[in-house]
Design a protein around this ligand. Structure first.
Ligand code: ATP
Length: 582
C-alpha cells in the first residue's frame, strides 16, 4: 500500500492565509517486504531511518524505503546466525593461543604486529603510546619504533617523547607466508579507558588447522625480531606491586622497563675481578658448560654473592653483566615487604630459561637470621628493633631456598644476591651450589679513582677540545693521589665528579676540600647512628613513659617474639628508626 499524505493547517500568517503543511505518514501495519513489528523495531532502534524516509518522500512522493528496510532487517536477523557459525568454525577448525598482558611474549607479539603488520599494511586505527629508551615505556616501545622508522627509511631517534603506533584493542587478520592468522587483542575499549574496567587484557592468536606448531613458529619469529632489535637495551623486570596485582590478578608476575645497556667498562672495579666474573658468566652460558652440567647431572644454575658497602656498584655491575650476556634482568627486593613465599615461588617459576636474577640487599630482610634462636629482648629498644626487622620481609628462609633451587625452580638462570652485611646471612643460603662465588665490592682504590676521573671528567674535557689525552692522564693520576684511598664509595666519588661538569682543573682543585667535608659528614652520621642505637626508640605515647609504664609493652613484645605468627605489638616505632636504615 502506498503511503498516505495528510494535509493540515499548521499556522496562519497574518494577511497571507494559512500555510499548508504536508505530513508524511507511513501506515505501520502496511503489508510489504518487511513485517510491521520489525519495521517498528528498526525505526525505533535506528532513528536516522525515519529522517531518511521522510527526506526520500519529500524528494520523490510515493517512494518508500521498504527495500532498504528489508535489507537492514535481513542483516539484523542474519548477524547472530553469522556469529554462531563463525564461532563454531573457529572452534572446530583453528588452533589458538592466549597470551596474558604480563607475559613477556605479549610484548614481543605486539612489537611484531606493529612492525610487520601496522607499518606495512594500511591501517585506520592504532593505539598511540609515548615513551622512550630510558623512560617507563614497555620494552617493545623502542625497538618496535626503531624498526618501523627504519622500514620507512627514516632516521631512528629514541627520545623519551617518541610517539608510537601499537595495534589497538580489536581483531586483525594477517598473513605469515601463505598462512592466515587472526590477532585479537582484548582490554578496555576506547570508550572504557576513562572508566574503571576489569576486562582482562591479553592477546589471542588463531590460525587454521589442528596443530599448535604454526603458532609456536610464529612466536619464535616474534622473539627473533625482539633479539634482532634488542641492540643497546636491557629489559629489566620487577615484580608487579601488590596493589596493582590485586586489581588485575597479576599477583606474582613481572612488569618491565627498557633501559640503555650499562656497559661493563663503565663499572670501575678491579680489572682482574671483573675479567674473572665475565669469563665465568660467559662460560656458564656456553654450550660446553650446558653439556657438562647435563652430563654430570648437576642442576644448571649458577649463583653469586656480591657484598660490600652501599654504593659500590653491586647492582650496577649486575645490570651491566646482564647487558653483556644479552639477557633480561629480573630484580627482586625482598625488603620492599610485598613479596611473600608464595609470590616469590610464582616469580621464580615464571622466569625464562636464560636470564640474570638479582635479589637485592638480602641481609636487610632479616631472613638470614631466621633460623637462629630469636633472642628475648632485654629492652624495649631491642624488642622494637627485632620487630621492625622481622616485619620488613614476608619471605622465610625456607621459602627463599625453595624458590631459588627447589625441584620446581627453573634452570639456566644466573642468580646474584647482593648484601651489605654478608656475616648476617644464614650458612644454608650461601652454601656452594646456591652461591658459587663471592665477590667483594669495596671503596674507591687509586686505580679505580683514575678510571672514574677519566670517564666522568676526562672524556667530556677531551670532547670539548680543551684538553688532549696526554694532558688528562697525568691529571687523573694527580686526582687519584689526592683522594684518600679506600675511604669513599664509587657512588660518592661519582657524585663529586658529576658536580665538576667536565672540568678537570675544578675536580683537582676541589677534591681536598670535598674529601675533608665528606669524611667529616660520614663520621658525624656514623656517631649519630651509634647514639640513635643507644638511645631508647621513640614510643607513640604523649608523655615520656616511665620504667613501670614501659614494662607491659616490653612484656607484650617479648611474648610476641616467641610466637612464629606475624608480629603485632602496641609499640609504635618511628619509621626512620628501622634497623636497615642504620
Ligand atoms: N664500581 C663502580 N663503578 C662505577 N660506578 C659505580 C660503581 N659503584 C657505584 N657506582 C655508581 O653509584 C651508584 C650506585 O651504585 P649501585 O646501586 O650499583 O650500588 P650498590 O652497591 O648496588 O648499592 P646498594 O648496596 O645500596 O644497593 C650508581 O649510579 C653507579 O653508577
Amino acid at each position: 500500500m502506498a503511503s498516505s499524505k495528510e494535509t493540515s493547517v499548521a499556522q496562519t500568517q497574518e494577511g497571507k492565509g494559512p500555510i499548508i503543511v504536508s505530513v508524511y505518514k507511513e501506515p505501520l501495519d502496511s503489508p510489504g517486504l518487511v513485517p510491521a513489528h520489525f519495521k517498528r523495531t528498526l525505526l525505533s532502534s535506528l532513528p536516522f531511518l525515519e529522517i531518511l524516509q521522510r527526506l526520500a518522500y519529500r524528494l520523490q512522493p510515493g517512494y518508500n524505503l521498504d527495500k532498504v528496510l528489508a535489507l537492514i532487517a535481513l542483516y539484523k536477523a542474519g548477524t547472530p546466525v553469522y556469529e554462531y557459525l563463525r564461532d563454531a568454525f573457529l572452534d572446530f577448525c583453528t588452533s589458538c593461543i592466549t597470551i596474558p598482558e604480563h607475559d613477556p611474549v605479549f610484548k614481543e607479539i605486539l612489537a611484531w604486529m606493529s612492525s610487520e603488520v601496522m607499518s606495512k599494511t594500511s591501517t585506520t586505527k592504532a593505539l598511540i603510546m609515548t615513551g622512550g629508551i630510558s623512560g617507563n615505556a614497555s620494552d617493545h616501545d623502542n625497538y618496535y619504533l626503531g624498526k618501523m622508522a627504519q622500514q620507512r627509511g627514516q632516521v631512528v631517534h629514541t627520545t623519551s617523547d617518541e610517539v608510537q603506533c601499537m595495534p589497538p584493542i580489536g581483531r586483525r587478520i594477517f598473513w605469515v607466508g601463505f598462512r592466515p592468522f587472526l590477532f585479537r587483542r582484548s582490554g578496555p575499549s576506547i570508550d572504557q579507558t576513562h572508566k574503571s574496567s576489569h576486562q582482562p587484557t591479553g592477546i589471542v592468536i588463531l590460525t587454521l588447522g589442528w596443530s599448535l606448531q604454526p603458532l609456536q613458529d610464529f612466536m619464535k619469529i616474534c622473539h627473533d625480531l625482539k633479539l634482532a632489535n634488542k641492540n643497546g637495551t636491557t629489559t629489566i623486570f620487577f615484580p608487579i606491586s601488590s596493589k596493582v596485582a590485586g586489581t588485575y590478578g597479576t599477583h606474582g608476575r613481572w612488569q618491565s622497563v627498557t633501559k640503555a645497556v650499562r656497559r661493563l667498562d663503565t663499572i670501575e672495579i678491579d680489572d682482574i675481578v671483573k675479567a674473572d666474573l665475565v669469563k665465568d658468566a660467559e662460560y656458564f652460558y656456553s654450550q660446553e658448560a650446558q653439556n657438562f652440567y647435563a652430563d654430570c647431572g648437576i642442576p644448571y644454575r649458577y649463583g653469586y654473592l656480591f657484598h660490600g658497602p652501599p654504593g659500590t656498584g653491586k647492582t650496577s655491575f649486575s645490570a651491566a653483566l646482564a647487558g653483556h650476556l644479552n639477557c633480561d634482568l629480573y630484580m627482586i627486593n625482598l625488603a620492599a615487604g610485598d613479596v611473600s613465599d608464595g609470590k616469590l615461588l610464582r616469580l621464580f617459576l615464571s622466569l625464562p630459561r636464560k636470564c640474570v636474577v638479582v635479589i637485592e640487599d638480602i641481609d636487610s630482610t632479616g631472613i638470614g637470621r631466621e633460623q637462629d634462636a630469636v633472642p628475648v629482648p632485654t629492652s624495649l629498644e631491642g624488642a622494637a628493633a627485632t620487630t621492625t626487622e622481622r616485619r620488613r620481609s614476608n619471605v622465610t628462609l625456607s621459602g627463599l631456598l625453595n624458590a631459588i633451587d627447589g625441584n620446581a625452580s627453573q634452570e639456566g638462570r644466573l642468580l646474584i644476591m647482593t648484601s651489605n652485611n654478608p656475616e648476617a646471612l644464614d650458612e644454608a643460603l650461601i652454601r656452594p651450589g646456591r652461591v658459587d662465588k663471592e665477590v667483594y665490592f669495596g671503596n674507591v682504590s687509586p686505580s679505580v679513582a683514575i678510571g672514574m676521573f677519566l670517564r666522568l671528567v676526562g672524556r667530556a674535557a677531551i670532547a670539548k677540545g680543551n684538553f688532549t689525552t696526554d694532558q688528562i692522564t697525568p691529571m687523573a693520576m694527580e686526582f687519584s693521589a689526592k683522594l684518600p684511598a679506600d675511604t669513599f664509595t664509587p657512588a660518592q666519588v661519582q657524585n663529586f665528579l658529576q658536580m665538576c661538569r667536565g672540568d678537570p682543573n675544578k675536580a683537582i682543585a676541589e677534591v681536598d676540600d670535598w674529601a675533608a667535608k665528606t669524611a667529616a659528614k660520614s663520621t658525624s652520621a656514623f656517631s649519630s647512628r651509634v647514639n640513635d642505637k643507644k638511645s631508647p626508640r621513640k614510643i607513640s605515647t604523649k608523655k615520656e613513659p616511665t620504667a613501670v609504664e614501659l614494662a607491659p609493652h616490653t612484656e607484650l613484645v617479648s611474648k610476641s617474639l616467641t610466637d612464629e605468627a606475624e608480629l603485632s605489638v602496641d609499640v609504635d616505632v618511628e619509621p626512620e628508626a628501622t634497623v636497615g636504615d642504620m
